[in-house]
Design a binder for this molecule. Structure first.
Ligand code: AMP
Length: 282
């Protein structure tokens, strides 16, 4: 595995690969790898001749009071894990090179970023789309792979790629969970043992929603009421949102008639976790 740290070298690598007729699969990450990341990388392996993974804790997608400084980092460990999974290039750019002092361009996707996480993190998606746009320009991938764990992010990037007529294909992959159901996240490492236990209620509330849907419940407020009951029974859980939205527009629905995403965000102490599942009617 090659570790590339400069934009120039990364562009040269990708240009050479493209000239040689190779396809490039790309997995952007913020590091501190877990099986969710590795699953995306294994998926990426199958979708291109070469697999590039970026590791960059992007400062612009964190709000002023968020956990940018405390975001877990372990480059040694990440490097070993990426190598074992068969990554060809680990791209680790410097913040100063990505955002030089006179940087002044942002990419903003409008409607799909307004609801859900966009309400409590108003500048988050703009930070994500800007950095992903830059990474696409540098890595020049044919296929880019994102996790459904960050469902609104996936929809936002797909919208950006479509709106800007980009050549990259944006592919989603399923959420990988711990044995007990908690969605894997780099942030799980910041949970205290009692918060880790309480965090399971996020998964339990999603399971409850699934059960109600399978029994034929179609009223969103009934499902949301049951989900909130489960979350509120855990004193350590502070709900940010629990919502049922159209799976493509991300607008709230009252009745479940088409494909929906059932999504939630909650704080456990200082740690904010998100989870969701997509319920498809066909
Ligand atoms: P992050 O490093 O948290 O920015 O995540 C990098 C990529 O991994 C994003 O596309 C995430 O959606 C994806 N990802 C994070 N957690 C999981 C998970 N538990 N299962 C599948 N994909 C994930």
């Amino acid at each position: 595995m090659e570790v590339i740290r400069t934009i120039k070298e990364m562009k040269e690598f990708s240009s050479r690969a493209r000239r040689a007729g190779k396809t490039i699969a790309f997995v952007p990450t913020m590091g501190y790898f877990h099986d969710g990341h590795l699953s995306l990388m294994r998926g990426g392996r199958k979708q291109g001749d070469l697999l590039v993974v970026s590791l960059f804790v992007n400062p612009t997608q964190f709000g002023p009071n968020e956990d940018f400084k405390n975001y877990p980092r372990d480059f040694e460990r990440d490097g070993k894990m990426a190598e074992e999974v068969g990554v060809d290039v680990l791209f680790v750019p410097e913040a100063m090179e990505m955002y030089p002092p006179d940087h002044q361009t942002v990419v903003r996707v409008e409607k799909v970023t307004q609801n859900l996480c966009g309400k409590s993190r108003p500048t988050h998606f703009q930070g994500v789309t800007t950095v992903v746009m830059m990474l696409f320009e540098i890595v020049m991938p044919h296929v880019a792979i994102f996790g459904e764990k960050d469902y609104q992010q996936l929809v936002t990037i797909q919208q950006m790629a479509k709106d800007l007529h980009m050549s990259v294909e944006v592919v989603g992959m399923p959420t990988v969970r711990e044995a007990d159901g908690l969605a894997m996240s780099s942030r799980n490492t910041n949970l205290l043992p009692e918060e880790r236990k309480a965090a399971l209620s996020l998964y339990r509330s999603l399971q409850k929603a699934k059960e109600l849907l399978q029994k034929g419940e179609r009223k969103a407020d009934r499902i949301l009421h049951e989900m909130k009951g489960i979350l509120q029974s855990e004193p350590l859980v502070r709900i940010d949102y629990v919502q049922i939205c159209d799976a493509y527009t991300l607008q709230d629905v009252d009745r479940i008639d088409g494909d929906v995403v059932i999504a939630l965000a909650a704080y456990l102490g200082k740690t904010r976790l998100i989870d969701n599942f997509v319920y498809r009617t066909l």
